[in-house]
Ligand binder design. Structure first.
Ligand SMILES: C[S@@+](CC[C@H](N)C(=O)[O-])C[C@H]1O[C@@H](n2cnc3c(N)ncnc32)[C@H](O)[C@@H]1O
Length: 274
């Protein structure tokens, strides 16, 4: 990843906090459903500001340990501070790539990521690495979005254009903001067993969640303008229109539909689903 479409470090923290308010409760339910339990050894790749890390570490309690990894040292610092503030002692951090963690093979009970694979030019290399560090019988739990699913009702061209701009910015960087659609097949292709999938999509007619689309537009706007995906004037006009939609309780907004896929690492090849 040469240049991130969104900001990183403390700048990104507030937006990631909002993302977690929207998606966090679904993520936590998903991880529990996939088999997250007290006392496990868990690895989280692309931990960002540590919002999912806090949820996992609380569930693991002191008997378990979370290894939280991100390629960006600023993000790891923000995550480390958050974990300290929460007085959680069962997390260790590492700055490294999800495609090359340098961790030992076959050691984790669960390996997980959220909103990571969509940003990678080689998501299958990251999946391969996640499976390598899992114990046989261990659980892979991956949650990624499909940004083609964002909508507002009644439909408004400004909202659709805003989401289109965001996806174009991702494409320009070799990112796949629709990866949720292909996630199940991707994970199956790694010869996992018991592969299961489900969808969740948060909906808002009011409240904090409704501010996420505008926040995202504002944050990616420097990249969008610099790369001539949209002009400064257009971005400004779209931001005003989205703000009005935010404040209108008759407008319903659907956030990114999330694909949640979980599977087990087989003990042998014959156990794999294909
Ligand atoms: C959108 S954030 C998601 C953060 C967190 N998983 C969450 O859902 O709140 C994506 C994170 O992936 C990290 N990242 C991007 N490429 C990576 C790579 N190759 N290896 C590890 N982390 C990476 C970024 O630094 C960023 O913190």
């Amino acid at each position: 990843m040469s240049q991130y479409v969104l900001s990183t470090g403390e700048e990104a923290e507030a937006r990631l906090q909002l993302v977690d308010e929207v998606h966090g409760p679904d993520t936590e339910r998903f991880l529990l459903q996939a088999g997250l339990k007290t006392g496990m050894q868990v690895a989280e790749l692309g931990c960002g500001a540590g919002l999912v890390s806090v949820r996992i570490a609380r569930r693991l309690q002191t008997a378990g340990q979370l290894t939280a990894i991100d390629i960006n040292a600023d993000q790891v610092e923000v995550a480390r501070k958050r974990i300290e503030n929460e007085q959680l002692k069962n997390v260790r951090f590492q700055v490294s790539s999800a495609t090359q963690t340098t961790l030992e093979s076959n050691q984790f009970d669960m390996v997980t990521c959220r909103f990571l694979l969509m940003h990678l030019s080689q998501p299958n290399a990251a999946l391969h690495e996640m499976i390598r560090i899992l114990k046989p019988g261990g659980i892979l739990a991956v949650e990624e979005g499909d940004f083609s699913s964002l909508f507002c009702w009644p439909p408004v061209p400004a909202f659709q254009r805003c989401m289109h701009i965001y996806r174009l910015a991702g494409e320009r960087q070799g990112e796949n903001f629709d990866i949720g659609q292909s996630l199940f097949q991707m994970i199956r292709s790694h010869k996992m067993s018991d592969v299961k999938a489900q969808l969740v999509q948060p909906l808002y007619s009011d409240g904090i969640g409704k501010t996420l689309p505008l926040w995202t537009l504002k944050e990616c706007s420097p990249f969008v303008i610099e790369n001539h995906i949209a002009s400064r004037e257009e971005v400004g006009k779209l931001a005003e229109e989205i703000k009005q939609l935010e404040q209108n309780p008759d407008v319903l907004m659907g956030m990114a539909r999330m694909t949640q896929v979980w599977a087990k690492k087989p003990f042998s090849l014959t156990e794999a689903s294909q």
